[in-house]
Design a protein around this ligand. Structure first.
Ligand SMILES: NC(=O)c1ccc[n+]([C@@H]2O[C@H](COP(=O)([O-])OP(=O)(O)OC[C@H]3O[C@@H](n4cnc5c(N)ncnc54)[C@H](O)[C@@H]3O)[C@@H](O)[C@H]2O)c1
Length: 336
């Protein structure tokens, strides 16, 4: 039985608590939040867990085997460092840290302490993303050309970070999992509109090796919620719409073929469009956090490397930091 303590019971923490509490190999032993309201709420749902108002009280609990951190990104490094240094396994929310050096330090700490460090890139554990991975790995899409995602809605405004730090980690982690190619550079554009200096809408372009490009559109100021990813290959193309209750993934047998490399002939439009069938595969519908929780237990119990560990977390942080720099310079590409 793994005794876990959770820090942060705001918006996301309760989802972790719910999944930890129903996993037969986990005991949710403590919840820490400096907000009285949030602690009162935690007590109603988890009366058996010890409630801590300060992290000092939380870390003084000698019996915790693992710590889950669901607080704002600015606190991630310090809390994760403390947890690892006191010999606990760590579940750390995305994005892993604010700085590349902090992510590297945590990877090193976990390695030296021989502890599991999992970064919560939730979408990697969804049935939809795992199915798309299988299709790409089988070569069904042909040569990959692009990753194109739109993740926009109205709110939830964060008070301390730009939208790229909030929403783009999902897309970068999905892209890294599906297309594990070296990322070369990122360009990001966006402005702030509300006088708080925070950019609520941004477009990222990530250049990958192998002539691949990703466009990631994130926003908190869209009137409608869109969670759509297009993945284009030379043979087939995928539409992944996470807002659909069923048929989230559709595979289109569509493509474009240029039958000539001769410029004259291309000019005369020797282009063929292939328009074949569309199908929607059956997906596993277990909640991603339940799959991820079981995976965390497996990694701890059997000394396995998490599918989304420190290295994967670091990759995301590198893109975010570079995107932040590019944002300041109106989209000037920053090397990765
Ligand atoms: N994996 C996902 O899909 C997903 C979804 C949403 C949020 N998140 C991540 O979860 C983290 C938290 O986001 P949120 O939206 O829940 O934020 P939130 O502001 O709603 O909640 C954070 C909670 O942590 C508490 N807190 C902050 N600092 C603390 C500290 N030092 N000690 C004790 N309590 C502290 C706050 O009182 C608050 O209740 C972020 O890193 C965010 O990116 C992940």
């Amino acid at each position: 039985m793994i005794r876990i303590g959770l820090i942060g019971f705001g918006y996301w923490g309760p989802n972790l608590a719910r999944n930890f509490s129903v996993n037969p190999d986990i005991e949710l032993a403590a919840i820490c939040d400096f907000s009285e309201d949030r602690l009162a709420r935690a007590q109603r749902f988890y009366p058996q867990a010890r409630l801590c108002k300060t992290t000092d009280e939380f870390f003084s609990m000698r019996t915790l085997d693992a710590v889950a951190i669901a607080t704002p990104v600015a606190t991630h490094y310090e809390l994760a460092r403390r947890a690892l240094e006191s010999g606990r396994h760590v579940w750390l929310e995305k994005p892993m840290t604010e700085k590349v050096s902090q992510a590297e330090a945590l990877i090193d700490l976990a390695l030296r302490a021989n502890k599991t460090l999992l970064v919560d890139h939730t979408f990697v554990y969804t049935g939809a993303v795992r199915k798309i991975k299988q299709l790409i790995d089988k070569g069904e899409l042909g040569r990959l050309m692009y990753y194109d995602s739109t993740r926009v809605n109205l709110g939830l405004f964060q008070q301390d970070i730009n939208v790229i730090w909030d929403l783009a980690p999902h897309d970068i982690s999905i892209m890294d999992y599906l297309m594990p190619f070296r990322k070369q550079a990122v360009s990001a554009t966006g402005l702030h509109f509300f006088g708080n200096g925070l950019v609520p809408k941004s477009l990222l372009t990530v250049y990958l090796e192998g002539n691949l490009v990703a466009h990631i559109n994130v926003s908190w100021v869209s009137p409608v919620k869109i969670r759509q990813t297009l993945i284009g290959g030379t043979s087939k193309m995928i539409v992944y719409d996470d807002t659909q209750p069923s048929e989230k993934v559709k595979i289109y047998d569509k493509g474009v073929e240029l039958n000539s490399t001769n410029k004259e002939e291309i000019y005369q439009l020797k282009v063929q469009y292939r328009v074949g069938d569309m199908y929607s595969p059956k997906l596993e519908d277990q909640e991603a956090l339940a799959v991820e929780t079981a995976h965390f237990v497996d990694c701890i119990s059997n000394s396995k490397r998490p599918m989304t560990g420190g290295r994967e977390g670091l990759e995301v942080v590198k893109v975010l930091v570079a995107a932040q720099e590019s944002l300041k310079n109106r989209g000037l590409p920053v090397g990765l």
